[in-house]
Every structure is written in C-alpha cells, then in structure tokens.
Design a protein around this ligand. Structure first.
Ligand SMILES: [Zn+2]
Length: 393
C-alpha cells in the first residue's frame, strides 16, 4: 500500500462526525482498529510483529536478537481529544512507505517500526505511557491504577483490549533491540515555514510536565447564599488560570489550563470542588518549575505532579549526521527544538541514540482538526526517512 493509500485507509478511523477531529484514545475500539491496521500493514510487508510488555507494537524486517540491535522508526497512532490526522500517524505511515523505497536485501541490520501505545495520555493522564512503561520511568503499579473519566483503570482497559496488564514493567529485552530510534513527526510550530524547508531535524525537547490542582470549596445554593458566606473554588480556578498566564510571561515559558472538572457542575450550584490541570513547558527547567510554584501559590493549593520530563537533548552526532545527509545545495537542513513531548524524548532519556525529523506544518496548528501538512511535504518526509534508513541500516 502506498503512502496515499495508507493515509486514505486511516482517515475515517476514530473521526468525530461533528468536529472532524480524531478521538483515538488508548485501548478503545478505535485504538484497536488502528493497531490492527498496523499489524496488517506489517504482515503485508513480511514483517514480524511483536508486542512488548507495555503493549507497544514492533514490526521487524529481521530478527533483532540475531542481527541487532536494529534501527527503529515509528511514532504513535492515538490522538488528543479532537486531534488532527497527522500527529503520530504521519510517522508510522511514513515509516512503512520509507521501507518500501529501500532495497531490504541490502540492509546490514534489522529495521523495526514501532507503534507506541498511549502517547498522548488523553485517557489516563500520563503522556508517553507506552514508552515510559517500556523504559521503567512509569511505575507499573501506578500505571495499572490510573483511571479514565469513567472510572475505568488502565489495567481494565488494557485487559479489555487483549493486552495483559500484569506484564507491565521495564522491558530490557525490547530495549536491547533498539540500536537507534528515529521518529518522524509533523511539526507543531512554524520553524520550517519560516526556514522554507519541508523537513527539519530535532535538537531537543523542552522540559515539560502536567500538574493537577485540587481546589476545594463548599457546595451551596446559588440563589440563597450571600456572597460573603461563600467558599467558591471557581474563584480560585480563575486565579489559577490568570496566574498561569502571567507567570508564563514573566518566566519566558508556556502554561496552559486546558482541562477542568467541576463538581457537581450545576448552573445554580456553588461548586464543592474544582480540579484543574496545568500544562507547563519552556526552554529552561528552572523557569518552568518557577511557573508551577507561582500558580500553586496563587491558588493556595499544592500542585500534584502527574508527570515531569526535564530537557531532553537528542544525540548530537546523529543529529548533525542527519542534518548534513538531508541538507540541500551543500547546506544542512534546519535544526529545531520542540515544545511537544514525544516517545523519542523518553527513549533518548533512557540512553537510546535517538533523532527526530519534522515535516513542515503550514499553519503550525496541531492538536486540532486544523492540523495539516501538504502532500508534497509528506512525500519529502518519506524520502528523507528512506535516506536515513539507507544511511543508518
Ligand atoms: Zn505526537
């Protein structure tokens, strides 16, 4: 199946009819359909599919235990709520298409394509759950007990999807097989638009994390409770939101409150509690930490850290080698840092030599149905990935 054919196959899976965005959450039927698609494309190419202890899928051209460690490409297939078509799938579809362009009999080592599970963390709140479990930075017991909004645990969701949750834990057998990991991803910014290039090479992932703020108050009647007598946590939510914005401005960082839960969530009821989630990131670890601390002070609540990833630099020698390889007219291709987290960052932090390629996004918009990459740029990404395979494998 060609790039365009694979793209067309994926288009309807998990798409919401009203928003046009994707709701491809981990361990749901939509996710299952995507994993089945992955396995089908792998088998059609004669690749061996292996499921690791975290439920990530690996498709290999040859036995990585015999001829490895191998070169691994890949990304993820799940999405944020109402996400775009490109974030994740572009890396996997491009990997299959790139493999189709190379003479596999000339490969010196096995090439794998990875499909990481639950990258976005949209359902259970921990981003890159599949790669964090693989590398052991996400504790298996904690992961199994994570719940979605309906109260379903990750363990129950995995079991329902046919993956054994009791096997979760650092997977050294799988890690040993990865000699080099290269993740292609749609750019989530406009550096390549400004740089007038279809493809760029990643330098680092900004430090980033998620915090939960539990704001408690007292439920009461909206019509009979005097203002002076209220204990209204919604006012503190306003402090959190305003505080996040102003702290981010002061510290040269980014901070976002994109999810809140209000109880009981009634129009005529003063809430009993509000839970807000803060996403903070930026070029410098200390500045991001300072933002979170200030938001906590503004809210009068201790932010609970759900995840934190310090600055992750990709392998410098590999980055320069790929930038030169993919450069045109004797120059190198643009090198850019990203504020988005990726499985590539988790693997790099675990000591795997890792690189990222980014494909131009004309608007820079992502995590939205408007996320886009032009077909020519996608094909340029496949070309680049094929050259990387020939160079590294
Ligand atoms: Zn992604």
């Amino acid at each position: 199946m060609s790039f365009d054919g694979m793209w067309a196959d994926l288009e309807p899976v998990g798409r919401d009819g009203s928003t046009g965005g994707y709701r491809r959450y981990a361990w749901t039927p939509a996710d299952g359909a995507l994993r089945e698609w992955f396995t089908g494309e792998a088998r059609a190419r004669g690749l061996d599919v292996v499921v690791d202890r975290a439920g990530n899928l690996w498709a290999w051209t040859a036995d990585p235990d015999a001829g490895g460690p191998g070169l691994v490409l890949g990304s993820h297939l799940d999405s944020v709520p109402d996400g775009g078509a490109f974030d994740g799938p572009l890396g996997i579809v491009s990997a299959f298409a790139a493999l189709d362009r190379v003479d596999r009999s000339a490969l010196r080592r096995p090439v794998g394509i990875a499909c990481f599970a639950d990258e976005e963390g949209a359902r259970f709140g921990v981003a890159c759950a599949g790669s964090r479990l693989l590398t052991g930075v996400l504790d298996a017991d904690r992961a199994r007990a994570l719940t979605d909004d309906a109260g379903t645990t990750m363990a129950e969701a995995m079991a329902a999807a046919g993956v054994d949750p009791s096997a979760l834990g650092r997977d050294d057998e799988t890690l040993r097989r990865i000699g080099t990991f290269v993740e292609l991803h749609v750019e989530q910014g406009r550096a390549l638009v400004d740089g007038d290039a279809a493809v760029g090479v990643g330098s680092a992932i900004w430090p980033h994390g998620r915090w939960r703020l539990d704001l408690r108050g007292r439920a009461d009647h909206a019509g009979t409770t005097r203002l002076a007598d209220r204990d209204d946590p919604m006012l503190r939510l306003a402090d959190v939101i305003q505080g996040a914005r102003s702290a981010a401005e002061r510290h040269g960082a980014l901070a976002t409150v994109g999810k809140v839960r209000v109880l009981p969530n009634g129009v005529n009821a003063i809430p009993s509690s509000v839970t807000a989630w803060l996403d903070a990131r930026g070029p410098l670890d200390d500045e991001v930490r300072a933002v979170v601390e200030e938001v906590g002070r503004a809210a009068g609540a201790e932010p609970f850290e759900e995840s934190w990833t310090p600055t992750t630099g990709f392998d410098g020698a590999l980055r320069d080698r790929l930038a030169t390889l993919l450069g045109t007219d004797g120059g190198s291709t643009p090198i850019l840092a990203t504020g988005a987290g990726h499985d590539a960052g988790i693997l790099a932090a675990a000591g795997v030599p890792t690189a990222m390629l980014f494909v131009r996004n004309p608007t820079g918009v992502s995590h939205s149905p408007q996320e886009h990459a032009e077909a020519d740029d996608c094909h340029a990404g496949v070309d680049a990935l094929a050259r990387v395979v020939m160079e590294l494998a």
